[in-house]
Design a protein around this ligand. Structure first.
Ligand SMILES: [Zn+2]
Length: 287
């Protein structure tokens, strides 16, 4: 678009010369398109007056050309972005709101359950991904555990729940997993979103893109890095790119309060979508 802007300015300058130049012998015709830098023609006299008299016309014309080309380039770019965002995607984003049912996960400093926040954020993210043209699937969309009926004890249900989540992801064609959780630590001073991944190339790239987007969108002072993890059952057993996002610390009172607000939850959803787009922009085989 710089070229269009330059072309428009050049054309306008030529037209300006043709219309306003009353003196064919002035420097404009002698020196071609570009007038002398100091406005003084080698022949002097008339030319200096001419530039001073009509400089503002040229200035306005250039500004007009710049504004028009910016508008044009902005419109074209926006149209391309909207088209790319809304066209159907070949992949399915599996959203996994961590915990659920009897397994509430961590309990926040104000007594809220992690499982509820995980679900609220995941549902918002699900809506946003649909809007952006992504096909999604959720491991749960209500406050339930998805264990099999034969699981009886608490531990059996927990194991069954995790196995069913893994099975759901692995039976989904062209899946990409985003698991939503909240962090907790004994000391309340820690805060900030952090992303975890199983040590595997595509998951690492996904997690790094998510971490960068979360940090820049939510808190530029969050210098946490995406971290490899070998202990999370879900991450270790799925066969697709996967990231587990700890959206914030339920043990940090200010962050815990923010995590409850619709606005912050929407910001998290937007950051995750932004990270996903950045990741997919580098993975032409997936997008
Ligand atoms: Zn959790």
């Amino acid at each position: 678009m710089i070229h269009i802007s330059f072309l428009l300015e050049t054309v306008i300058f030529d037209v300006f010369k043709l219309i306003l130049c009353k003196c064919p012998e002035t420097c404009y015709n002698k020196h071609g398109i570009n007038p002398p830098a100091d406005g003084v023609c080698l022949d002097g006299g008339m030319e200096m007056w001419f530039i001073k008299r009509y400089a503002w016309v040229y200035l306005l014309a250039v500004l007009g050309a710049w504004a028009f080309s910016s508008l044009l380039s902005g419109g074209v770019r926006l149209a391309a972005q909207v088209a790319a965002m809304t066209e159907p995607k070949p992949m399915t984003i599996v959203l996994d709101p961590g915990h659920g049912g009897a397994d509430g996960g961590a309990v926040s400093c104000s007594g809220a359950l992690e499982s509820e926040l995980n679900l609220e954020i995941s549902l918002r993210l699900n809506d946003l991904l649909h809007l952006a043209g992504y096909r999604t699937r959720m491991t749960r969309s209500t406050d339930v555990s998805i264990h099999s009926p034969e699981a009886q004890t608490v531990s059996e249900r927990k194991i069954s729940d995790l196995r069913n989540r893994v099975a759901l992801v692995n039976e989904t064609d062209h899946a990409l997993l985003i698991s939503i959780h909240q962090n907790f630590f004994e000391q309340p001073k820690y805060h900030g979103a952090q992303v975890f991944y199983a040590p595997e190339r595509s998951s690492e790239e996904l997690a790094e893109a998510m971490q960068a987007a979360l940090s820049s969108c939510l808190d530029p002072n969050n210098h946490r890095a995406a971290k490899p993890d070998r202990t999370v059952y879900l991450l270790q057993n799925v066969h697709c790119p996967a990231a587990l996002i700890e959206c914030g610390f339920l043990s940090n009172p200010p962050e815990e309060q923010r995590l409850h607000t619709a606005q912050y939850q929407k910001q998290i959803a937007c950051a995750v979508l932004s990270g996903l787009c950045d990741y997919l922009a580098e993975r032409t085989d997936l997008s």
